[in-house]
Design a binder for this molecule. Structure first.
Ligand code: UDP
Ligand code: MG
Length: 208
C-alpha cells in the first residue's frame, strides 16, 4: 500500500516526506536553543538566517558588510538578500530529510518566497511553531545573553527594543499567514528548556 502511495507521490512530484518546520517567536524567545533540541530529535538541518549573517559578518564578506548596516540598528536586512542566502543554504543540503527555519521568514514576502521555493520542490511547510514570551522577559534574556554572545545588538537596550518593534510591525503577521493555512501552533515559551522542548516535540509530532 505504501508503495502505491509513494509511487503516486513521485508521479505527482510531491515530496511531502520531507519535513519543513518554522521555529517562530520574538528575539530572545529561545528559538536557537530549541532548534538544537529538534535537530537531535528529528534529524533535520537547522538554518538560522541570523547565524548565517553573523558568519558572513565575521568573515567580512560583501554580504556580511551589507547585512551589518541593518543588524547594528536592529533593522531587517532586505528580503531579496535574505531570501537569496536562504536558497543557497537549502541548495547546499541535498541530503537533508528536512529543515528547521529559525528566524526566517520574518516578513510576509519572505514567507511567500519560502512557500514558492518549497512548492517548486514538491514540498510544503508542515508547521510553524511560535514560542510566546512577554516583552519584559525578552529584554532581560537578551541583555544577559549579551554578556557572553559577543553580539553588539544584544548589549544595547534601545536596539533590543527596536528589534521587538520590528518583530511586532513586520514579523508577527507571518503567524497569521500560516494560521490561515492551519499550520500555526503557539507554544508557551516560559519554563525550563526541557519542559519547552517536550511541548515542542509533542506539537511537531502531530504535524509530521
Ligand atoms: N536578521 C534579518 N533577517 C533575518 C535574520 C536576522 O534581518 O532573517 C537581522 C536582524 O537585524 C536581527 C538580527 O539579524 O535583529 C539578529 O537576528 P537573530 O535571528 O540572530 O536574532 P534573534 O531574533 O534570534 O535574537
Ligand atoms: Mg536566534
Amino acid at each position: 500500500m505504501m508503495n502505491i502511495v509513494a509511487a503516486i507521490k513521485k508521479l505527482l512530484g510531491i515530496n511531502r516526506d520531507m519535513i519543513n518546520i518554522i521555529l517562530f517567536g520574538p528575539p530572545g524567545s529561545g528559538k536557537g536553543t530549541q532548534a538544537k533540541k529538534l535537530v537531535e530529535k528529528f534529524g533535520l538541518v537547522h538554518i538560522s538566517t541570523g547565524d548565517l549573517f553573523r558568519h558572513e559578518m565575521g568573515n567580512d564578506t560583501p554580504l556580511g558588510k551589507q547585512a551589518k548596516e541593518y543588524i547594528k540598528k536592529g533593522e531587517l536586512v532586505p528580503d531579496s538578500v535574505t531570501i537569496g542566502m536562504l536558497n543557497n543554504k537549502v541548495n547546499a543540503h541535498p541530503e537533508a530529510k528536512g529543515f528547521i527555519y529559525d528566524g526566517f521568514p520574518r516578513t510576509i514576502p519572505q514567507a511567500e518566497a519560502l512557500d514558492e521555493m518549497l512548492a517548486g520542490r514538491g514540498q510544503a511547510i508542515n508547521g510553524l511553531f511560535a514560542l510566546t514570551v512577554d516583552d519584559n522577559e525578552i529584554v532581560k534574556r537578551i541583555l544577559s545573553r549579551g554578556e557572553t554572545s559577543g553580539r553588539a545588538d544584544d548589549l544595547d537596550e534601545e536596539i533590543i527594543k527596536n528589534r521587538i518593534e520590528v518583530y511586532k510591525e513586520n514579523t508577527l503577521e507571518v503567524y497569521d499567514y500560516y494560521n490561515t493555512q492551519d499550520k500555526a501552533v503557539s507554544i508557551e515559551g516560559l519554563g525550563s528548556i526541557e519542559e519547552i522542548a517536550s511541548r515542542l516535540q509533542a506539537a511537531v509530532n502531530t504535524t509530521v
